[in-house]
Structure formats: structure tokens, C-alpha cells
Design a protein around this ligand. Sequence first.
Ligand code: AMP
Ligand code: MG
Length: 401
Amino acid sequence: MLRSVAEHQRIVAELIPAARTANLPLRAAAGRVLAGDQVAAVALPSFDNSAMDGYAVRAAEIATATASAPVRLPVAEDIPAGRVDRPVLAKGTVHRIMTGAPLPTGADSVVQVEHTDGGVETVAISEPARAGAHIRRSGEDVRSGDRVLTDGTPLGPAQVGLLAALGLAAVPVYAPLRVLVLSTGSELVTAGERLQHGQIYDSNGPMLAVAVQDCGAEATLLHFVADDIAALHAALDEQLGAVDLIVTTGGVSAGAYEVVKDALAEEDVVFAKVAMQPGMPQGAGRYRGVPIVTFPGNPISSLVSFEVFLRPALRAAMGYPSARRPVLAARLREPLDSPRGRRQFRRGTFDATTGEAALMGAPASHFLYALAHSNCLLDIGEEVEHLEAGELVDVWDLRGC
Ligand code: AMP
Ligand code: MG
């Protein structure tokens, strides 16, 4: 009996600890998720101020103003932005005022400079003003005590702008989880070294480290280890105190020399066959207390496993509200076959303008070129054996978060 994808998703999600929180300066906090609601300690705006360059007036005093019969009044004060005293507008006078400058006491509207002659000693005003015109009222954007952003809000430029306007220098955010990525396989060779016949370069390590970073976590990428139990134990033991999660690739299938399976046989790790393709052999549990998730070694299997099991769990643990990739309904450009009893994730391209999805490459799990040229995964249900062109299929948008 195979384990369902949903069941293994749940098992992995339960393993991942909630991220710690840290108080970070706003710029460093950007891209992370707010940990805890933020309440405004000041109002926005914090004082009544002018929305225009012009003149602060009493509207009633310029009610008759027209272009042919302007109202002339003395300019008693000049109020640039940044003035911190509190001038009072005496009856029968106006104050020249700039955008963002505090409104003088007694003024009830602002006349744009364009409706005046721009005078400095006296000014001729050629239009009446509506009471309250061009005044930004204290608290009309945010009142002091308002809850302005809630726990779980991802911080982008606009949210940072709001927090900065409220005078905050730092905010609490969820810290990235620290993930150890470890490839296993005696056939693996470091980039730059000469390949001998039978050897391959390690693609899973860099690929998964970047996938981890890409979802907001922190990756430690270790040099891969050979299919050697002692070497694997040594590599893991060295990192135990420094990581929140271990991810391995390779060595979990049904062959001989399955180093991960063998090395973790005595540990609190369960290996299971999951009803999916690619990515059937999976393992999850704890290695000496530290959560560990083991992916199969085929590159496509390992990245699909990350997308299906780890990415949503990591993002949820780090507070992101949208832990899953957006799922869209697409029309198939071509027919496809899928193994009964296995949920299949095919690589593909989704065209948002036509709403169509096309397959990219064969189902086999070593086609990295096709993976690199895909922008979605087609999610084909366990019970589906065949779909015709034009039928609807769920696609996971790999560009969305
Ligand atoms: P395994 O799961 O260890 O049986 O490996 C399955 C297939 O994936 C084999 O063809 C391996 O050579 C390949 N493979 C395993 N690990 C990696 C890796 N880190 N990078 C690229 N290919 C790998
Ligand atoms: Mg292997």
C-alpha cells in the first residue's frame, strides 16, 4: 500500500519547527514575514497640513473671489514644510504655505498658488475655496492605536514605507529556517573536476540549496558524501547543532548501497513509497533530534519532492500566508498518459494568454533540460490514466509564490 502525497505532505509539515522571530531593521526585514501585529504609535498624518503649495485662508473671506474681481489680502506668514511652531491665522490675512507644512490655527482651507498671483506681501486670489479644501487631516490615513499590519504579512516596499512613516526603525519578523542540503552518491564529482566515465556532477546540491533560499529559508550546502555510512554520519553529526532541518538526496531507493536508508535504519526515520511520479521513495523523521527529510536522487524527483513536500511546509513554518504555489486550471495542448494509482507531476509550460499548458519532456526523472525550460508542474490525479487535448488539468505556477 503506497502512502498518499497528502499524507506525506502532512508528515513533513509536522516535522518542521516554527521559525524563531527576530527584530530586524526595516531594510533587512523586507522580503520576510511580519511576526506579530503592528500598532501605530502615531497618527498619519500626525498634524493637519497642506496638500498644495498655496495660501492658508478662511474660506468665508474669499467667497466672492473671481478672476475679474480677485480678493486681495495681506500675507502675514510664510510657512515652509518643517516649521515646528504653531502660527495663528489672524482674521483678514492669509499665510503662504507649502505642501506638507502644518496648517496654521484658524485656517479652514488652502488655495492653490495657481489660483493666485503668487504674491508675497499681499496676494490676489481669483477663486473661492471650498471649506476644508486641500487640507490633509491628522489621522485620516492612520489613527494612533490602529492595527496597521497583521502577523503574517510579507514585507515589501509599500509595507516598509508604512512602517517607516510610523517612525519604526525595526520590526519583528520570522527568521529563516536553517536547512542543511546534503547530496549522497559515490558517482558525484565537484564542478571543475574532470569526469571519469561513470561519474556525474552534483546537480541536486546546488539546485536544492537555491530552492531553499528561494522560499525564504537559509541553506547550508555541504560537499556531497559518498555512499558510505560512516561518512554520512560524520557529515550529519558535524552540522547537528547548526541547522533546523536536514535534507538529503539519493540513497533511498530499492537497490543495494542505499546509504541514506542504511545510515538511518537505526534512527527515528520512516521510509515509505509515496503514490507519486516522480519521487516515489521518500523518508522523513528525526536524526538525533533534528528533523530530516530524504529525497530520491534523480534530479527531477528531488526538485519535485521539494516543491510538493518541503516548500509549502517551510513557507508555512516561516509565516508566509501563501505557502503553496498558485494552482491554475489549464487546457491541455496535447493528450497525455499517466500511471494509475500514482499522482503524476509532469513538467510543462503554461501560457497565461491562452490558458493552455503543454508538456515539456518525457515523464522520466533525469531530464534536467526540460525541467529548466518549464514554468509549471502539471498535477495529474492518482486515478487519471489518460487525458485528451483540450481537457482541463491543474498546473502549479512555479513562477508564483
Ligand atoms: P539514487 O536515488 O541514489 O539511487 O540515485 C538515482 C539517480 O539519481 C542516479 O542516476 C544517480 O546518479 C542520480 N543522482 C543521485 N544524486 C544526484 C545528484 N546529487 N546530482 C545528480 N544526480 C544524482
Ligand atoms: Mg545514489
